[in-house]
Design a protein around this ligand. Structure first.
Ligand code: ZN
Length: 330
């Protein structure tokens, strides 16, 4: 007789398991979630699509300064080293910030709703994206179930917090602990010498994420390319992940449309025993198939060799239906 962890068992008996599932989001995640744009059809750009949003402003700057051929990140980072371009880069940053501020979730369920509902309070989603989708999804699903912690590794246009208290809030909200107006964090733009320690609020989020990685049973990297300009970020993630307790059973899960060999090569240091799970789309990821039970699935499989029946994805076009389905999966 084959042993299997049944749907009913998974639903009714979550493990009392404190180890977190850590999920890292990059621009590819927002791209996959909004292939046809946001609520109003606004393009949700990848890094190399930012010049399209900046239009002539960027074109002219690149013409005048002629940085070495390369993508947006490497050129921006090159320009940043020269003080002469400081005021023009500031304008570029302001245009991008205003653009991302306007983005909105549509009324129907999105991958971001499945992401925040698909993980539990012990888990954590950390995003490199400036867009407001993660925090908007967190806010609209907050009453449905206990949601994962969310953190912003390069800042976020819709995130505000208290200098003294670790509060997840939005601009113009008040800290529930000290009644001070929450302050908006700054965005981190491409820079080879990015210093996360230079900003207290960013550093606070990084610390929570690296601490979680040290206790994690599972790491999912969704649509994050880990560009060269982020070498400090890559190192921080790797340092945390190398301490994770389930060493022999450790898998890196990658959700990305890029070629598998390129991905394996890019993240080789993070895949110590050649254990990887690479999927091009979110719907076949562990979070979509075992929502709120990724630990149960993973630990049963890795430790005891027992497979689990799939719980999801529950596909619907109505947010209310999705929330009702999730409200029974505590
Ligand atoms: Zn406060």
């Amino acid at each position: 007789m084959h042993r299997v962890l049944t749907k009913e068992r998974l639903k009714s008996k979550p493990f009392v398991e404190p180890m977190p599932h850590v999920v890292i989001l990059g621009a590819g995640a927002s791209k996959q979630a909004f292939l046809k744009g946001d609520r109003n059809g606004m393009l949700v750009p990848l890094m190399n699509e930012l010049p399209m949003i900046l239009g002539d402003k960027w074109k002219k700057l690149v013409q005048d300064a002629s940085p070495p051929e390369g993508d947006f990140e490497s050129q921006f980072s090159w320009l940043k080293r020269d003080k002469d371009y400081a005021s023009q880069l500031l304008e570029v940053e302001e245009i991008l910030e205003r653009y991302f501020e306007e983005l909105q979730l549509p009324d129907h369920p999105t991958i971001y709703d499945y992401l925040v509902l698909g993980l539990r309070g012990k888990d954590i989603i950390a995003t490199f994206n400036w867009d407001p989708f993660l925090i908007q999804a967190h806010k609209r699903n907050n009453d449905v179930a206990e949601l994962p912690d969310i953190r912003f590794l390069h800042g976020c246009v819709a995130f505000a917090t208290c200098d003294k208290h670790d509060i997840l809030g939005m601009p113009s909200e008040i800290c529930p602990k000290c009644n001070q107006l929450l302050s908006k964090g700054r965005l981190f733009f491409p820079d080879e010498d990015k210093d996360y320690a230079s900003d207290e609020l960013i550093q606070r989020d990084w610390k929570v994420v690296t601490d979680s990685l040290e206790r994690a049973f599972h790491l999912t990297i969704f649509g994050y390319a880990g560009p060269a300009t982020d070498y400090k970020a890559r190192k921080l993630i790797l340092d945390g992940w190398e301490c994770a307790p389930m060493r022999p059973g450790r898998h890196l899960e990658i959700i990305d449309i890029a070629n598998k060999d390129i991905l394996r090569n890019n993240w080789a240091d993070y895949i110590p025993f050649h254990h990887d799970m690479i999927t091009p789309d979110f719907w076949s990821s562990t979070i979509a198939r075992w929502p709120r039970r990724t630990a149960e699935y993973k630990i049963s499989a890795s430790k005891f060799g027992i497979p689990s029946e799939c719980l999801g994805p529950f596909i619907t076009n109505t947010l209310k239906e999705l929330q009702d389905w999730f409200s029974e999966l505590n």
